[in-house]
Design a protein around this ligand. Structure first.
Ligand code: NI
Ligand code: MN
Length: 227
């Protein structure tokens, strides 16, 4: 059985057969980050959906410390490889086999940039991840608005969908409910809300509006979800 631990905002720790990984490890500076998250001794992979600070987060420091491989879109992976990290530079729609299962990068409608020498540079196309662990499929949407491309995920048979609901930069509650209708995941976890004032949202409102169409699990930072 696999396990997902919510680390606040969009950050998760994933553990299963052949994998210990972080997704979007925004930990230091994250007002919602879980204490449990900071000191991982061993880690195989870090999945980074895009370079915005609340997703790339502590990825570089954690990868340097643990030797974990960073999985990202090719442009971001190349930039990180230039900093001496081990990377897998995949791209949107591409699927690859890893020792624990397959990974596919999914479209995310958003921007991505980073700061270098005090100047903002455009970095890459953001993505989401479809990650197979213990023969279950986890979909981490990354930062995205509602897109019709999400309808393609229904055929994948998503077991757990991690869906932003905070609005402003990403889907709001109502669009996130439509995303659930598109994806039809067995279970849905709302993410990317309440961390900062512009993304205040009510996860209970989201759960109510989803109704019985997907099992909604509202996670607090530190909470663990077996799958
Ligand atoms: Ni972003
Ligand atoms: Mn974000």
């Amino acid at each position: 059985m696999g396990m997902l631990q919510f680390l606040g905002h969009s950050a998760f720790y994933v553990e299963g057969s052949g994998i210990k990984a972080l997704i979007d490890p925004f930990l230091s500076g994250n007002p919602c980050a879980s204490e449990a998250s900071t000191a991982r001794a061993s880690l195989d992979y870090i999945f980074v959906s895009h370079a915005h600070g609340d997703h790339l987060g502590d990825a570089v420091a954690i990868a340097e410390r643990t030797g974990a491989t960073v999985v990202a879109t090719n442009e971001l992976a190349t930039w990180l490889a230039g900093r001496g990290l081990k990377t897998e530079g995949m791209h949107i729609g591409g699927r690859a086999r890893f020792p624990f299962g397959r990974v596919k990068l999914t479209p995310a409608f958003h921007g991505s940039s980073m700061f270098e020498d005090g100047k903002m540079i455009y970095s890459d196309i953001p993505c989401g991840f479809l990650i197979e662990v213990e023969e279950k499929k986890i979909y981490h949407a990354g930062d995205t608005g509602l897109t019709v491309e999400m309808t393609l995920l229904e055929a994948e048979g998503v077991d757990v969908a991690l869906i932003p609901i905070g609005g402003y930069y990403v889907m709001d509650v109502d669009d996130a409910v439509r995303a659930v209708d598109f994806i039809k995941p067995r279970r849905t976890v709302p993410i990317h809300y309440d961390t900062f004032p512009p993304i205040k949202a009510d996860p209970n409102d989201f759960a109510r509006k989803v109704g019985g169409r997907s099992e909604v699990t509202i996670m607090k930072p530190g909470d663990k979800l077996p799958f």
